[in-house]
Design a protein around this ligand. Sequence first.
Ligand code: HPA
Length: 249
Amino acid sequence: MSVALIGGTGLANLEGLEPLRTHAVDTPYGAPSMAIEEGRYGDTSLFFLHRHGGAAGRPIPPHLVNYRANIWALKQLGVTQVVASNAVGSINPLMRPGRLVIPDQLIDYSWGREHSFDDGSSGELLHIDFTEPFDRELRARILVAAADAKVPCHDSATIAVMQGPRLETSAEVRRLGADGCDVVGMTTMPEASLARELGLAYASVCMVVNVAAGLDDRPITMDAIRAILDQETRLLGTLLRSFLANLSA
Ligand code: HPA
């Protein structure tokens, strides 16, 4: 079982990853966000890709990430399990900043992204089953690892995937709440469905970094988000170590 972590906002480097090699993978869709790092993390090997990577320290915004190249490159490297980290805003008052959330459903509000490998050339209609957008077994393993490591996690949530890069209006957040969404982010789609198209198990660990627009009086600032992200990436690191230790046990 070969595991990759896709790091989102706040996870440009994976602290504790001892680098073994980097893979500059060429794909039919262009270059991934960065050369993919392979390293040892605890006792296990792990691939790491920062979604917002980019050249010369210029991060790639959510709507411009080359999701197809990223997922294709991971498949090319033999990855079978993808754990994605996503920074999100909180809509459900139970899922407050500082908490980790493992979503089990999503609603895709993004648009205009290259969202499929199906270009019509296969001669078949490619309707993947996406009833459960996150891999059930991988989610279960993540939740066991969280419990083992005593990292509190919400084990069920619906994530809204917005186009970005701007944040939402308060009316949009009210609508997302009425639609049944618990948290809101910008990068889970089309990543999750592209992974499903290539047969990769995919699950997300969401780090709640702010209260969504209009739901409290505080303005959403990048400084406040960064401060919370620092705490949460430590929690994610603990969770990931436990997850990998369980896999190799
Ligand atoms: N909305 C959308 N994406 C986000 C947010 C948010 O409030 N916070 C972090 N990513």
